[in-house]
Design a binder for this molecule. Structure first.
Ligand code: 5GP
Length: 184
């Protein structure tokens, strides 16, 4: 089972996914590559593989990425080999943006696309502003990107509102289990 989780920046995707792993340690998560700089506390090979632009372009050329997209002036992509190997034996979660999610669905039609939504847009804007890691300008960029991401939600198989982290994580696990029943 390949489950693709998207949601606007600041919606709490990372926290929900962490809770899913706590509840179900057998899940595997793909670690993406990015050309953006690490934020405080982020670790190479855990949060992302932090690579140079040159290396990223090489990976695109060499067909090493299942999908990639460019936003906030940086590239983000999913390493193909890990996903394809893991899929042979278990469930894998990709946390990627809407453009990447739609490319994955085109390549793997059985992938289940799940959008995490904020309880409301004002709350999301407050969360983005509170994230001290971004400049004022970047917050505005992320808000307009969030609006773009949410505008694509009708292309997703499921939408889950992140009112409560544990409830959202449980709901996504239920979706994965129900979809697996359909596949079997
Ligand atoms: P951030 O810079 O906040 O970590 O991530 C910015 C955006 O990039 C998020 O919407 C995140 O889901 C997306 N993203 C992270 N990894 C990937 C990836 O491998 N592929 C694509 N297409 N988007 C990604």
């Amino acid at each position: 089972m390949l489950a693709v989780i998207s949601g606007p920046s600041g919606v709490g995707k990372g926290t929900v996914i962490k809770e899913m792993f706590r509840l179900r340690p057998s899940l595997k998560e793909s670690v993406s590559c990015t050309t953006r700089a690490p934020r405080a506390g982020e670790r190479d090979g855990v949060d992302y593989f932090f690579v140079s632009r040159e290396r990223f372009l090489q990976m695109i050329e060499g067909g090493e990425l299942l999908e990639y997209s460019e936003h906030f002036e940086n590239y983000y992509g999913t390493p193909r080999a890990f996903v394809e190997k893991t899929l042979l034996s278990g469930d894998i979660i990709l946390e990627i943006d809407v453009d990447g999610a739609l490319s994955v669905k085109a390549a793997h039609p059985s992938a289940v696309l799940i959008m995490i939504e904020p309880p409301d847009m004002d709350e999301l804007k407050r969360r983005l502003e509170k994230r001290g890691t971004e400049s004022g300008e970047k917050v505005a960029l992320r808000i307009s990107r969030a609006e773009y991401e949410l505008s694509k939600k009708d292309k997703y198989d499921y939408c889950v509102v992140n009112e409560d982290v544990t409830a959202a994580a449980k709901r996504i696990l239920e979706i994965i289990d129900a979809e697996k029943e359909v596949l079997l």
